[in-house]
Design a binder for this molecule. Structure first.
Ligand SMILES: C[S@@+](CC[C@H](N)C(=O)[O-])C[C@H]1O[C@@H](n2cnc3c(N)ncnc32)[C@H](O)[C@@H]1O
Ligand SMILES: Nc1c(NC[C@H](O)[C@H](O)[C@H](O)CO)[nH]c(=O)[nH]c1=O
Ligand SMILES: N[C@@H](Cc1ccc(O)cc1)C(=O)O
Ligand code: SF4
Length: 465
């Protein structure tokens, strides 16, 4: 008996050109996956749909796909489950891009000094960002992830401000207004990078969409922009803003965003500038399985050309408070079966990306643990603070402590391993030898990262490795 794939099963309403139909059979695709052969898009679609000949998910076939992916995960990266001690710091929610899946942003007009009325948004100055990172460093984190709205007053540097100020087209074409218009000046992107790159922390920031904003109205190349950001302290870039890398889907959910080609160019620029990058897919809204696999193909091709992608992060759409849901465009997000199959097929299809993440922010603990047996090997990070998913209606909290991590990973019988952002530094954690706190970081001293206690005289000396 087949089961409905999930609330997003009926996508016929969109009349997309790309549909999940193939000349391949499920059995052939599964045999190729088991043999470790490179999968075609049609193979991927067969596995993701558990066969295109019938609607819905076949639960027995699904288990076979999950098993193949779990085995592949064990061959490629072993049993270790990794995680990172990081902080998430969003600089501003001001954004005019208007993506219909996003409830993080607030229209920038509300941030203007002459605007009356309350709003729940925020902008942090570089000094405020620095203080937040410094506080988290004291607690033992060694990575900061920072993604933000596209504030109209953001520019790469002073020269960019001058170019945008002198721009002869109307302000709305380049989405620029000078900082003096706003209650709070976010500073330049370079100032924010310098502020957050403190005490040896690894700074993971500037999505392709943000990089595009940091060069708007100029002819600057992505590589040059990322080089300047790197010189100011940036260490790697998040491959978010990917959503679904197929134009007909982007036209529905994020018509204001850069195109697929531009997204690829941006990450290529980041990689040419010497930065590691991650890759993501936000799925479970209007797209179908054929779009999902085409998206994976874009990532696999990019990785074939560059080798710069450290991991793939599946982001399951959180629907509750988003325009897509509130306007009745979608009925909900992905089902459990869709999440499991997406993780599994990503592992099998992305044969050149080592790490696949299971994100507790998106899935919650129980499902995230299950996904570590469906092809995923990385369990994200401590993050300490989260606003994007929470504002969209996510209910899985804003941080995980080392104790929680070690407890959960041990409970599924796998080794807990703390990692650096680039995965090159690892520390195996003995679950019988607490405390489990970070020892990789610049000031980490081995105490639990989240015990909530400030350092006291007599505490172990900070490690400087
Ligand atoms: C909110 S944006 C911030 C950075 C920047 N404004 C951009 O778009 O690249 C970061 C990512 O969060 C993810 N996101 C936003 N809303 C979401 C939702 N409701 N459910 C799941 N992921 C979401 C999207 O993949 C998006 O690219
Ligand atoms: N660092 C990771 C995050 N960080 C949180 C995000 O910045 C964001 O708030 C949210 O996930 C929006 O989509 N989230 C992950 O899922 N995985 C990470 O590695
Ligand atoms: N840390 C991941 C995941 C992430 C997901 C969503 C974000 O908004 C930001 C980051 C990345 O590098 O891409
Ligand atoms: S996803 Fe990013 S660009 Fe789109 S509205 Fe949200 S904050 Fe703005």
């Amino acid at each position: 008996m087949r089961e409905p794939a999930g609330p997003t099963d009926d996508r016929s309403a969109f009349d997309f050109d790309v549909v999940p139909e193939t000349d391949q059979s499920f059995e052939n695709a599964l045999a190729k996956a088991r043999a470790g052969d490179r999968l075609t898009v049609d193979d991927g679609i067969e596995l993701l749909t558990t066969g295109t000949e019938d609607e819905g998910v076949d639960p027995i076939r699904k288990e076979r796909v999950l098993e193949a992916a779990d085995r592949r995960r064990a061959e490629v990266v072993g049993d270790d489950v990794t995680f990172v001690a990081n902080l998430n710091n969003n600089v501003t929610t001001a954004c005019n891009t208007g993506c219909l899946f996003c409830n993080f942003k607030d229209t920038a007009r509300r941030f203007e000094a002459d605007h009356d009325g309350e709003h729940a948004g925020f902008t942090k100055t570089p000094a405020e960002s620095r203080a937040i990172v410094e506080d988290a460093l004291e607690r033992g984190i060694y990575e900061v992830t920072s993604v933000s709205g596209l504030h109209p007053a953001f520019a790469l540097n002073e020269e960019h401000h001058e170019i945008l100020d002198a721009h002869d087209s109307p302000a709305r074409d380049v989405d620029y207004k000078p900082p003096s218009v706003y209650d709070t000046d976010p500073g330049t992107y370079l100032e924010q990078m310098r502020a957050m790159s403190v005490g040896g922390v690894h700074l993971h920031s500037m999505t392709p969409e943000e990089a595009d904003h940091a060069r708007r109205g100029t002819e600057w190349s992505y590589e040059d922009v990322y080089r300047e950001l790197k010189a100011a302290g940036l260490d790697s870039a998040p491959g978010t803003a990917a959503e679904i890398l197929v134009e007909e889907v982007r036209e529905v959910i994020c018509p204001g965003k850069i195109s697929t080609d531009e997204w690829v160019r941006a990450l290529e620029g980041a990689i040419s500038a010497g930065l590691d990058v991650t890759s993501t897919m936000m799925y479970g809204h209007v797209e179908n399985e054929a779009h999902r696999v085409r998206h994976l193909k874009v990532l696999r091709d990019l990785q074939d050309r560059t080798g710069g992608i450290t991991e793939f992060v599946p982001l399951s759409f959180v629907h509750q408070h988003t325009p897509l849901y509130e306007r009745g465009v979608v009925d909900g997000g992905a089902s459990d079966a869709e999440d499991e199959l997406l993780v599994a097929v990503s592992r099998l299809f992305l044969d050149n990306v080592e790490n696949v993440q299971s994100s507790w922010v998106k899935f919650g603990n129980a499902k995230a643990l299950k996904l570590l047996n469906c092809g995923a090997n990385d369990f994200m990070g401590t993050i300490l603070s989260e606003e994007i998913t929470t504002r969209a209606g996510g209910t899985y909290g804003e941080f995980r402590s080392f104790e929680e991590y070690v407890g959960m990973i041990s409970a599924i019988g796998r080794p807990a391993v703390e990692r650096s952002t680039d995965y090159r530094t690892r520390r195996r954690i003995d679950p019988d030898d607490p405390p489990f706190g970070p020892r990789l970081g610049p000031r980490a001293d081995g105490t639990p990262v989240l015990d909530g206690r400030p350092p006291e005289p007599g505490d172990p000396a900070p490690a400087d490795d």
